[in-house]
Design a protein around this ligand. Sequence first.
Ligand SMILES: [Zn+2]
Length: 224
Amino acid sequence: MADRTYARRYTELDQTLGLVVGDERCLVIDTGSDEAFGAEFAAAVREITDLPWTVVITHAHFDHFFGTAAFLPCPVWAHTRCRDVLVESAEQIRGAWAERYRREGEDDLALLLEAAQLVLPTEVFTHRTELDLGGRAAVLLHPGPAHTDHDVAVHVRDTNVLFAGDLVEQGAPPSIGSDAHPATWPDALDLLLQLGPDTIVPGHGDPVDAEFVSRQRDELRELS
Ligand SMILES: [Zn+2]
């Protein structure tokens, strides 16, 4: 999308994973829904760079973290509440989705999900932190309760690309589950828009511009 800043698109769940490459290390943004998925993504990253990687998990929904084992050993960043939610309910999340896959006749995906190792974040933060990738920084920030109470967005300042996780969705309306905070979600998007990003990478769908995110914010505001 921009200088050493990549998004990889998947048919499964219309998912979008990210990669930012510095001079000394690279940052992998989300790891997919199982270890086979994660291994495929890891191989794709290795086609671009041999640098050591750091992983950041945008939030504790199964399709964003169950591929992490494919990247070990490495630091794994997340919001502190993300770690709590994984400790408390990752197995419940896994069970519910495996069951759903089976109902939909996707037995292979159910088996892969059941086999995936749960990897807990090794590094956590609450509001904002900056990762030095060597010659460039990636800012991890939590803009407040929105899609979950622990969403993390990644801002690459020098290319002005923002990886938004599921705070933004393209191709489908934002996913408002029982763990979402629709009343404050528009405020979180306002905070992200204040960064003035040129390109916003959603957790699902194609990259979008700030105007798209403004419209999605307005739609969410009408709901709440
Ligand atoms: Zn999500």
